[in-house]
Design a protein around this ligand. Structure first.
Ligand SMILES: Cc1cc2nc3c(=O)[nH]c(=O)nc-3n(C[C@H](O)[C@H](O)[C@H](O)COP(=O)(O)O)c2cc1C
Length: 240
């Protein structure tokens, strides 16, 4: 594919075919992503790749954790406190989930969410259907491969910057190879299911997950949220 076609064709895929992705193809995508630039070429990132039969166990674990968390959120305060004490349901990720968005960014977040729900025929007040759609994050949208991206905390925000560049290279390479991806901050809510399965060096923090596989022919995959205009993007010059 032409580079610009790849760039414009990549979109977040939220419904996958069950077709397995050959391990060699996963390696090719990762190898492509490794050509990304990074701060002093430190490459301060690691990836935990889960595929094949292992994905099913992890899918089940994430699904249960989300169900317990969602149930806790609906519960009265005392039950919430009890649930928090019991452990397992409460997020144990390396970064605190963003519960409140900055005021200037909130409208874009809302517009994107509403746009997605509208496309899926989910009404504004239909909490159950919204929760169900949210829950799909935690079964990796049925993807046969899920990856978890970690960044070294020693470089602070620059590691996250490098990991972001790496992530985009990975997603573009996947697109070029006929695969779909969805970067998922939601998958960083819990670190423990990944830590139980992988040796993670102490300085590495879980940034996000990425589901990957062959895109299903589903309406959700045709969602194209708006982008800011060039005028909004460009900072205005000072007038004096
Ligand atoms: C770091 C990061 C985290 C994201 N987390 C999620 C997520 O948890 N769930 C989800 O459905 N989409 C997630 N997305 C996808 C964004 O919603 C999506 O990129 C944005 O709406 C633009 O749409 P597009 O990717 O289709 O161009 C994430 C994207 C990025 C880059």
């Amino acid at each position: 594919m032409e580079f610009r076609d790849v760039l414009h064709q990549r979109r977040s895929i939220r419904a996958f075919e069950p077709t397995p992705v050959p391990p060699a193809l996963v390696d090719e995508v990762l190898a492509d992503a490794l050509v990304s630039p990074s701060w002093s070429n430190t490459q301060p990132y690691k990836v935990a790749v889960v595929s094949g039969a292992e994905v099913e166990g992890l899918r089940q674990e994430f699904r249960e954790r989300f169900q317990r968390l969602a149930a806790l959120q609906r519960a009265p305060f005392w039950k919430k406190a009890l649930g928090a004490l019991k452990g397992g349901a409460m997020p144990d990720g390396d970064f605190r989930p963003i519960l409140r968005y900055p005021e200037d960014l909130q409208p874009r977040r809302v517009a994107t969410g509403l746009g997605l729900y509208r496309l899926l025929g989910i009404g504004r007040e239909d909490r159950a259907a919204r929760e169900e759609q949210m829950a799909r994050n935690f079964i990796f949208f049925d993807a046969p491969v899920v990856m978890f991206v970690f960044a070294h905390k020693g470089l602070g925000v620059y590691s996250a910057l490098d990991a972001g560049i790496f992530l985009q290279s990975l997603m573009l390479s996947a697109t070029d190879r006929g695969l779909g991806t969805c970067a998922q901050g939601a998958l960083a809510l819990w670190r423990s299911p990944v830590a139980q399965r992988f040796e993670i060096p102490a300085p590495y923090q879980l940034l996000c997950g990425v589901s990957m596989g062959y895109p299903a022919d589903a309406p959700v995959n045709r969602f194209r949220p708006d982008r800011q205009s060039l005028d909004e993007l460009r900072l205005p010059p000072r007038t004096q």
